[in-house]
Design a protein around this ligand. Structure first.
Ligand code: GN1
Ligand code: MG
Length: 375
């Protein structure tokens, strides 16, 4: 469907696009930024660009964020070329505005940026079969490897304490205490669910502080829909949505992928009887991730893969619930109870993972054995 953008002419003047603008289509994949595909007709040839409005209410340091993104995409480009890959399709490229800046601020104050469109590829909103999830895992593992030699200290923290779950639960408690929306009374059980798991929230940050887990450069938002899959081979060819690439734990990336992709239902499913964590999908992801990243992981990282899945799911659920209590000011919502529905699926998954923790550990051991990984 064609979309209209008030400042389209401004964008055409601000960036270098090849051809005549023919169509604008909005994508509705993410909860934060607004994303569009611009189609241009360049003498009969279609040229596509991915054009995005960065949510500066959430990313409060957009300049520093774009500096991160430019640095990371340049690095990935070199790594893709060194591996004999196609940088046009296997990494994002920032197309700067005509003034040389990696973004353009329009007269409405919106912060725009422009990327290459990854051709002959698609994203998935849910796991259709375990092969897709296995391929996503390989892509995220490879992404981590490609960034292994990136100088993490040069990256700005785009959202401080993004996966610091101890700080997340402190924010959550503040949301409950402030009760800006007056909704806290209706969600007492959900609040209790979080508070009963407070001790879990410190486990990974404590291991990091004790030097028992290594700080790496991580993606931090490893949802299935942040991988582009090749239309022909279904391989995960490019990891996208690089706004939260920051120093972090490999476990944040692994756990967040399981949270979203190993669920048997979508993140906002209302029928909770459909929601569970699939051990089959957990195995597919673990196998894929260890295939590409296994060699570089430490024994401690591998040990905590199952726990991280639960923790990242708890963290996300408490963020949805906190936002619901704050009055829906962070995540995009389509209806008033949207964040609450999302929180419910996450908590069902947490409870299910608690039941299945021993089996998850067994699966990790099996995968290591299958791949000959000994730590
Ligand atoms: C947001 O933008 P998107 O949909 O990829 C969020 C993630 C959450 C996710 C939950 C910057 O990701 O942290 O896990 O929603 N991104 C930010 O679906 O907060
Ligand atoms: Mg996204």
């Amino acid at each position: 469907m064609a979309e209209k953008i008030n400042t389209a002419n401004e964008l055409l003047a601000a960036f270098t696009f090849e051809g005549e603008l023919e169509n604008i289509k909005q994508l509705h994949d993410g909860h934060i930024n607004d994303t569009y595909v611009f189609d241009f007709n360049d003498n009969g040839k279609t040229r596509r660009y991915l054009v995005q409005v960065l949510n500066t209410g959430i990313f409060k340091m957009p300049d520093a964020l774009m500096e991160n993104v430019v640095g990371v995409t340049n690095h990935l480009r070199k790594a893709v070329i060194a591996n004999g890959g196609d940088p046009e399709r296997e990494c994002l490229t920032v197309y700067p505005a005509k003034d040389g800046k990696p973004y353009y601020i329009d007269t409405e104050g919106k912060f725009w940026r422009c990327y290459n469109f990854i051709s002959d590829a698609h994203s998935c909103q849910s796991v259709e079969n375990k092969e897709v999830f296995f391929n996503a895992a390989k892509a995220f593992g490879k992404f981590q490897n490609m960034l292994a030699d990136y100088p993490g200290e040069t990256l700005s923290e785009t959202i401080p304490n993004f996966h610091n779950t101890r700080s997340r639960i402190a924010d959550f408690k503040k949301a409950v205490a402030d009760n800006l929306s007056g909704r806290a009374e209706n969600v007492k059980e959900e609040i209790e669910f979080v508070l009963a798991r407070e001790a879990d929230c410190s486990v990974l940050v404590d291991l990091l502080a004790a030097g028992e887990l290594p700080l790496r450069v991580t993606h931090n938002d490893t949802k299935l829909n942040n991988v582009m899959f090749d239309n022909k081979t279904n391989e995960g060819i490019c990891v996208v949505d690089l706004d939260t690439v920051m120093p972090g734990l490999s476990l944040y990336d692994f756990g967040d992928s399981i949270r979203f992709g190993a669920s048997t239902a979508s993140e906002d499913e209302k029928d909770l009887s459909k929601v569970s964590m699939s051990l089959e999908l957990f195995k597919a992801y673990t196998l894929g991730y260890l295939t590409t990243a296994g060699e570089s992981l430490t024994a401690k990282e591998i040990e905590y893969l199952p726990f991280s899945s639960k923790l990242m799911t708890l963290e996300c659920g408490m963020r949805f619930l906190g936002d619901y209590i704050n009055g829906d000011t962070y995540f995009k919502t389509a209806y008033p109870e949207h964040n609450l529905d999302r929180c419910h699926t996450q908590f069902v998954l947490v409870a299910d993972m608690e039941q299945k923790m021993d089996e998850m550990k067994k699966i990790v051991a099996e995968c290591c054995k299958e791949l000959g990984i000994e730590k």
